[in-house]
Write a protein that binds this ligand. Structure first.
Ligand code: NAD
Ligand code: MN
Length: 390
């Protein structure tokens, strides 16, 4: 049997309720798959920061690097409130620059996810968005969608090289200018386009193998998203490199398209079923992936994976959900699907398929679903029902 070691990083809030569900799903995979799993519990997040002074302890990173093939990350809480909710920030005489992120509200705390992506070179964030067919939960879209956003995760504006200086055109010296670097490299653009191509090939294969009716013409399509009509050098480099990567002979079976990001948003709202795989630089990918998650309807359903050279980390898209924390009613499906995405990237598509099918069957029956899907079941009841169907 192939033996795999999985790190478990529940984090804060409902992360601690949904990660155990993910673990149980892995332990319940049919033995016919010939896999054996072991687990290691790892610490990270806001409570960890309060306890230990580190949001992402070195030991967590070292263990992930040295011991783990894959990992599941739950969710983390940032600081208590957003600056926009704080009336003192809107006081007209307040000339301090606004605090940019909620995480700056607690001295020394910064997101362990961003740090983890850096220290483990997780260069791609992959977010599949698929409509659920449910009797209890109407889809926000008329036609079912089944797309995946492949977001570059290491550069673009997120290199965070910003500066602020006095505006030379202002004689009083009070006006300011702020600037940020947008960095695009051919290396990162190539590797993100390459992985998008591999994902498109695999999705096409999985669709056909699962006997799904591949009626739409989009299967095996990659849409390259950019704004090179304005940003001819940065996005221009992303576009030309992605085109080149996707014209490698082993991608011959794919359809490659490109679309300017603003018109992409328009079409994503109007005709989301059109898309299969969307590949984008970091910022556009961030926006498109949250927008796409909205097309599915509940954050409790949407999975993701962080993919790098070594480890694969599955992660539900939702946060720590303080409003339902501790009630035992968090929807475990985003996490359970994240287990599937993690397994796909560990080259175990059959194992992933077992999970996806069981989840679809649970939702299609609609008897044991959590309140976000209009049901009354608990996290544990949903998990057990999915396991029964595996
Ligand atoms: P959230 O995702 O935690 O919750 C938004 C809404 O969706 C809430 O009403 C919540 O109850 C619901 N929801 C989320 N997951 C659910 C699930 N599995 N089942 C049922 N309902 C679910 O976002 P928020 O409220 O904006 O943020 C809460 C905290 O989480 C904040 O501290 C925020 O900074 C953090 N956050 C973390 C991540 C992450 O770790 N990746 C992502 C987003 C937000
Ligand atoms: Mn985001």
């Amino acid at each position: 049997a192939r033996s795999l070691r999985i790190g478990l990083i529940p984090g804060d809030g409902i992360g601690r309720e949904v990660i155990p569900a993910g673990k149980k799903i892995i332990e319940s995979l049919p033995s016919s798959l010939g896999l054996s799993f072991s687990f290691v519990d790892l610490d990270a997040g806001f409570d960890c920061f309060k306890r230990t002074g580190a949001a992402l302890p070195d030991k967590t990173v070292e263990t992930l690097k040295k011991e783990c093939d894959g990992a599941l990350f739950g969710a983390v809480r940032y600081a208590p409130h957003l600056p926009s909710n704080d009336p003192s920030n809107h006081h007209p005489t307040n000339t301090n620059p606004p605090q940019s992120s909620p995480s700056t509200k607690v001295a020394g705390y910064s997101s362990p996810i961003v740090a983890m992506r850096k220290s483990l070179s997780l260069y791609a964030n992959v977010r599949p968005c698929k409509t659920v067919l449910s009797p209890t939960f109407p889809s926000p879209t008329k036609t079912p969608i089944d797309l995946v956003i492949v977001r570059e995760n290491t550069e673009d504006l997120y290199v965070k090289e910003e500066k602020t200086y006095p505006d030379p055109s202002d004689p009083t010296g009070k006006a300011q200018i702020a600037e940020a670097i947008k960095r695009i490299s051919s290396k990162a653009s190539w590797r993100i386009a390459d992985i998008a191509g591999q994902i498109a090939l695999r999705r096409d294969k999985m669709r056909k193998a699962s006997g799904a009716e591949v009626s739409h013409t989009k299967s095996g399509m990659v849409t390259i998203t950019h704004k090179s009509n304005v940003l001819s050098q940065t996005d221009g480099l992303f576009r030309s490199t992605a085109r080149e990567a996707l014209s490698q002979p082993h991608f011959n079976a794919l359809k490659i398209e490109e679309q300017i990001v603003d018109s992409m948003v328009y079409k994503l709202f109007l005709q989301p079923e059109y898309y299969d795989v969307i590949v984008a630089p970091n910022l556009y990918g961030d926006l498109l992936s949250d927008g796409s998650a909205a097309l599915v309807g509940s954050l409790g359903l949407v999975p993701s994976a962080n993919v790098g050279e070594g480890i694969i980390i599955g992660e539900p898209c939702h946060g720590s959900a303080p409003d339902i924390e501790g009630k035992g009613i968090a929807n475990p499906i985003a996490t359970i699907r994240s287990v599937g995405v993690m397994l796909e990237f560990m080259d175990l598509p059959e194992a992933a398929e077992v999970i996806y099918k069981a989840v679809d069957a649970n939702i299609a029956e609609g008897r044991l679903v959590t309140p976000d899907l209009g049901g009354r079941a608990t996290t544990e009841e949903v998990t057990n029902d999915i396991i029964r169907r595996m």
